[in-house]
Design a protein around this ligand. Structure first.
Ligand code: FES
Ligand code: FES
Length: 213
């Protein structure tokens, strides 16, 4: 497909989509950098004193924090609504899609399915913490280079599961990557590019675009 977009005579559809996907990843990383540098920003929501609540001590993206949380809050709610780290997405909100994946003590978990109070004493890493104010990680760069994100909604979860994989297996095979990302659904169906990206970030080379899903 090579048709011109109606209002953009100098752009083909393919060029537009490629640029949009790359921009999504870069924009997400840039937004994450800003948020990671402002951990003291006012919380979007406050604790309701009328409901059970607790103060927990945890590390978020390398910063130790004491945070008051309602005992009913999920980790996703703590990150997004209390701490403003909206790079973590909520898709299904019931442990099925993986969009909300973050690392807890380097292990990928669904943040929608873990309570915030369980994070007391734990180390949490979100997508904002990958570059943490520095350059994009090799994995993030590989996502850009392979045009991994389409709509981008599942991308932060894919990044976190892949980051956990690369920590325990720095040179994964395509089969390793598929197994590690099995809990991360992509409604855009861009699975081959995600697999290619992770294999490439590990130093391998794979290009299955247009092949098996
Ligand atoms: S939003 Fe957590 S698994 Fe879907
Ligand atoms: S890129 Fe759209 S859901 Fe995965």
């Amino acid at each position: 497909m090579n048709e011109k977009l109606p209002d953009s005579p100098d752009w083909t559809r393919r060029e537009f989509l490629a640029g949009t996907s790359a921009a999504l990843v870069v924009a997400a990383a840039a937004a994450g950098t800003l948020e990671a540098q402002t951990p003291g920003a006012a919380p979007a929501i406050a604790v309701d004193p009328a409901v059970p609540h607790s103060t927990i001590r945890l590390t978020v993206n390398g910063v130790a924090r004491d945070v008051e949380v309602e005992d009913r809050w999920t980790l996703a709610e703590l990150l997004r609504d209390r701490l403003g780290l909206t790079g973590t997405k909520i898709g299904c909100d019931r442990g099925e899609c993986g969009a909300c994946t973050v690392l807890v003590d380097d292990q990928p978990v669904y943040s929608c399915s873990n309570l915030a109070v369980w994070m007391d004493g734990r180390r949490v890493t979100t997508v904002e913490g990958l570059s943490n104010g520095g350059p994009l990680t090799p994995l993030q760069q590989a996502f850009v280079a392979h045009d991994a994100a389409q709509c981008g909604f599942c991308t932060s979860g894919q990044l976190m599961s892949a980051t956990a994989l690369l920590k325990r297996n720095p040179r994964p095979s395509a089969a390793d990557v598929k197994a590690a990302l099995a809990g991360n659904l992509c409604r855009c169906g861009n699975y081959n590019r995600y697999v290619d990206s992770v294999v490439a970030a590990g130093g391998g080379v794979r290009s299955s675009v247009g092949g098996d899903q």
